[in-house]
Design a binder for this molecule. Structure first.
Ligand code: GA4
Length: 320
């Protein structure tokens, strides 16, 4: 990441910036996992917002803090050291460049594939790597718990009808740690541009620094008040398809901030590459037709990686 006091690199001067909005998302659905009504709230939230917050999740805060500390140590190391762990294609350290198609943001990050048995990244110590693995497995469990409650509430067959896609040892899931340093040129930069996540479900945890915004059904952007002790869950494109559009894949973005560093850790739960992403037959009403052409996760991923961040990726698979 460039030293904060330096002028913005001209190569990135063209990027789309996000106008800050002052709308605070006060009606954010809060799911208490110990509450017997949790599953109803989850399904309502997935339909209305594609987004909710989870409390009483059972993941100890010290466990989260341990990984965050390791990440801070990594991001505080000298730039040439961090660069040794890059580029991030497919996995590793990235600085400003997001994805392969020219998107940029005021962010540096580490991207991991969760099924790479052991990733040798120069700046990533053994202890860091083992914390990542433990954290990812806690996130997978949490994602599965949420998906099982969803299946129960929707009454769409076995409880694990969705969660088994993430439990599969070939599940194509990812993990990323984003570091958004204070930005000296807020007019010129966005943190992470607006997009939807291609996977089934994502779990975001951040420190107490704001920046995350989601788009409501009417297109209004609202700011999500940060809460370092909770997790935020996003519905991804694949879950929108599996529910034939009942659930909404939420468009979200992160604004650059001028004061504090934001650190976020995100688990992206995806299915195996060969999995067909098609509406679950058990969810379809009589005579209901799929809104989407049939595709596998491999097809979708391949297509997604040819798009820009803000593109409507799912649009390419919608039936006309
Ligand atoms: C968005 C969700 C995840 O962060 C991610 C991103 C990926 C990347 O950073 O390489 C993508 C983006 C994400 C969707 C479209 C493509 C691919 C950047 C990009 C422009 C890791 C993912 O799976 O898809």
């Amino acid at each position: 990441m460039v030293v904060v006091s330096q002028p913005v690199d001209e190569n990135f001067a063209h990027i789309r910036t996000c106008k800050p909005t002052s709308n605070i998302f006060t009606e954010i659905p809060v799911v208490d996992l110990l509450d017997p009504d949790a599953k109803t709230i989850i399904v309502e939230a997935c339909k209305e917002f594609g987004f909710f917050k989870v409390i009483n999740h059972g993941v100890p805060l010290e466990f989260i803090a341990r990984l965050e500390d390791e990440a801070i140590k990594f991001f505080n190391s000298p730039q040439p050291e961090k660069e040794k762990s890059g580029p991030p294609n497919p996995f590793g350290y990235g600085d400003k460049k997001i994805g392969p198609n020219g998107d940029v943001g005021w962010v540096e990050y580490l991207l991991f594939s969760t099924n790479s048995r052991k990733l040798i990244l120069p700046g990533v110590s053994e202890s860091f790597w083992s914390f990542v693995n433990e954290y990812v497995s806690a996130m997978r469990n949490l994602a599965c718990e949420v998906l099982e409650k969803t299946a129960e509430e929707l009454q769409i067959g076995p409880r694990d009808i969705l969660s088994k896609l993430l439990r599969d040892e070939k599940s194509d899931s990812y993990f990323r740690i984003n570091h958004y340093p204070p930005c000296p040129e807020l007019q010129a930069w966005s943190g992470f541009g607006d997009h939807t996540d291609p996977q089934i479900i994502s779990i975001v945890r951040s420190n107490n620094t704001s920046g995350l915004q989601i788009s409501l059904k009417d297109g209004t952007w609202v700011s999500v008040p940060p809460d370092h002790s909770s997790f935020f869950i996003n519905v991804g494109d694949s879950l929108q398809v599996l529910t034939n559009g009942r659930f909404r894949s939420v468009r979200h973005r992160v604004l650059a901030g001028s004061l504090n560093s934001r650190i976020s850790m995100i688990f992206f739960g995806g299915p195996p590459l060969t999995e067909k992403i098609t509406p679950l037959s058990s969810i379809m009403e009589q005579g209901e037709e799929s809104l989407y052409n049939e595709f596998t996760w491999y097809d979708y991923k391949k297509s997604a990686y040819k798009t820009r961040l803000s593109d409507n990726r799912l649009g390419l698979f919608e039936k006309s």
